[in-house]
Design a protein around this ligand. Structure first.
Ligand code: GAR
Length: 210
């Protein structure tokens, strides 16, 4: 049984999708804890109701990045994580923290990386005039929103789309591809080769949808 710890900052809809898939698909894993960096993270309530341990490491208590990451690592290690899942966790993590969990930390980002790392991805995609946009699940490396890509979802940009419409179509895709990537990890099926990630036996590492 692998221990998954999920980190959230807000709504936690990706966390919910992973919690549900873990249980419905009987993964060889358990959600050991959900940890938030702010006490008002809405997703904490769902996790608690699902009987999952929750914790808060309040970023306001730690003005220094290093001190926050040290406190977070202490909480995390309490749950002996085999995999750390960043699910809308809106913190830039220090290199030391990322290296401590190298190869066992995943993130979902709302763009087709390497396009549009950082914030406000949907508006930036609209402003750039791209006709395909999407989401990426990747291993976390010290460089922000840059790491070996596990799976991507692409959606067309429709006439009349604004950032909110695009975000909601892409979020629905995230709820498909993120549980898929986490399942592959806990099944021991992922191998990182440079910037590429191999799945064995193969399954589609992409999703196309309108
Ligand atoms: C998701 O769209 C996720 O891709 C994004 O935040 C949202 C969280 O939603 N993550 C980032 O922007 C990370 N840089 P959720 O809390 O409902 O899962």
């Amino acid at each position: 049984m692998k221990n998954i710890v999920i980190l959230i900052s807000g709504r936690g809809s990706n966390m919910e999708a992973i919690v549900r898939a873990c249980s419905h698909e009987a993964w060889p894993a358990r959600i050991a804890a959900v940890i938030a960096n702010r006490p008002d993270a809405a997703g904490l309530a769902f996790a608690a109701q699902a009987g999952i341990a929750t914790a808060v490491v309040d970023y306001l208590d730690f003005p220094e990045r290093d001190a926050f990451d040290a406190a977070l690592a202490e909480q995390l290690d309490h749950f002996a994580p085999d995999l750390i899942v960043l699910a809308g966790f809106m913190r830039v993590l220090t290199t030391g923290f990322v290296e401590r969990y190298a190869g066992r930390m995943l993130n979902v980002h709302p763009s087709l990386l390497p396009s549009f790392p950082g914030l406000k991805t949907h508006q930036r995609a609209l402003d750039a005039g791209v006709t395909l946009h999407g989401a990426t699940v990747h291993f976390v490396t010290p460089q922000l929103d840059h790491g070996p890509i596990v799976v991507q979802a692409a959606v067309p940009v429709m006439q009349g789309d604004d950032a909110a419409r695009l975000a909601s179509r892409i979020l629905a895709c995230e709820h498909i591809i993120y549980p898929r990537a986490v399942r592959w990890f806990v099944e021991g099926r992922l191998a990182i080769e440079g910037m590429r990630v191999m799945v064995t036996p193969p399954e589609p590492q992409w999703l196309f949808t309108e």
